[in-house]
Design a protein around this ligand. Structure first.
Ligand code: ADP
Ligand code: MG
Length: 253
């Protein structure tokens, strides 16, 4: 039996007259990587931010690790890690200084070097945030979600704008975090990424969940319904060519 760590039921969110989230229900299981997929404006970030206690919902119930969002938001905050937009970091502080700042906010004990080691940034400990590459910035912001040793982390489009090497590097990091026991909720516009990373995905469109299952089962269902690709699928794609020619090594001088 899969054990739910997040239970969302009939969740709604209106901004004025506009209903951005229209009664969605889903569970996230302990220890899985759960993907929220959907076009821009579908309601993914709104849904995440409600569960993260950062936004008020209009209706429905949210239970996180047995705690009700309506009555226990402070307790929920303590067991989750939320990735900030990278614009939220002081650009002129170095990584060690930024970690000290966060550790102070959370009132936690954490050795900056130990945290940087987890995301392979030890040699950047004295670099300013603004001096990092895009991939390094994302790795650092994922590291900061781990400071309070959370049970669940939330990653909203963590790989947008990264080159293929940095994207793959981040996949490895996210898988490692999950393999160490943390539940991960992620949004992405890259379907190849969702296929590689996610144990299950929910597809949201206009504030409604229109499909939820493992990527494999969703694909099988589509094929069983009679869907056929127009072109014969090649054994590689252009991204495979790119990675084959340029190598997997990270480029972040
Ligand atoms: P996604 O993350 O899937 O792209 P969002 O949750 O950010 O979608 O937004 C869902 C819808 O709600 C969009 O139409 C967006 O314009 C609208 N929206 C988001 N935040 C606000 C807000 N603070 N005020 C009004 N409308 C908002
Ligand atoms: Mg969004």
């Amino acid at each position: 039996m899969k054990e739910p760590i997040i239970q969302v039921k009939d969740l709604t969110k209106s901004y004025g007259d506009f209903e951005a989230v229209r009664g969605i229900s889903f569970d996230v299981y302990k220890g899985e990587i759960f993907g929220l997929l959907g076009p821009n404006g579908a309601g993914k970030s709104t849904t995440l931010e409600i569960i993260e206690t950062l936004r008020q919902k209009s209706g429905g119930t949210v239970i996180v690790d047995g705690m009700n969002l309506d009555t226990d938001p402070e307790a929920i905050k303590k067991i989750i890690g939320v990735q900030l937009q990278t614009a939220g970091f002081y650009p002129n502080l170095n990584l060690t200084e930024l970690i000290h700042l966060f550790v102070g906010l959370y009132q936690m004990q954490m050795d900056p070097m130990e945290l940087l080691a987890k995301v392979d940034l030890v040699d950047k400990a004295k670099s300013k945030f603004k001096e990092l590459s895009g991939g390094q910035k994302q790795r650092f912001s994922i590291a900061t979600t781990l400071i309070n040793r959370p049970k669940i982390i939330f990653l909203d489009e963590p790989t947008t704008g990264l080159d293929p090497q940095a994207r793959r590097n981040l996949w490895d990091l996210i898988l490692e975090i999950r393999n160490n026991g943390t539940t991960v909720i992620i949004t992405t516009h890259y379907m190849d990424e969702a296929e590689v990373l996610c144990d299950r995905v929910a597809i949201i469109d206009s504030g409604k969940i229109i499909g939820i299952n493992s990527p494999n089962q969703l694909i099988d269902e589509l094929v069983e319904s009679g869907f056929e690709k127009v072109k014969e699928v090649k054994k590689a794609n252009l991204e495979d060519v790119f990675i084959h020619m340029t190598g997997k090594q990270l480029r972040e001088a």
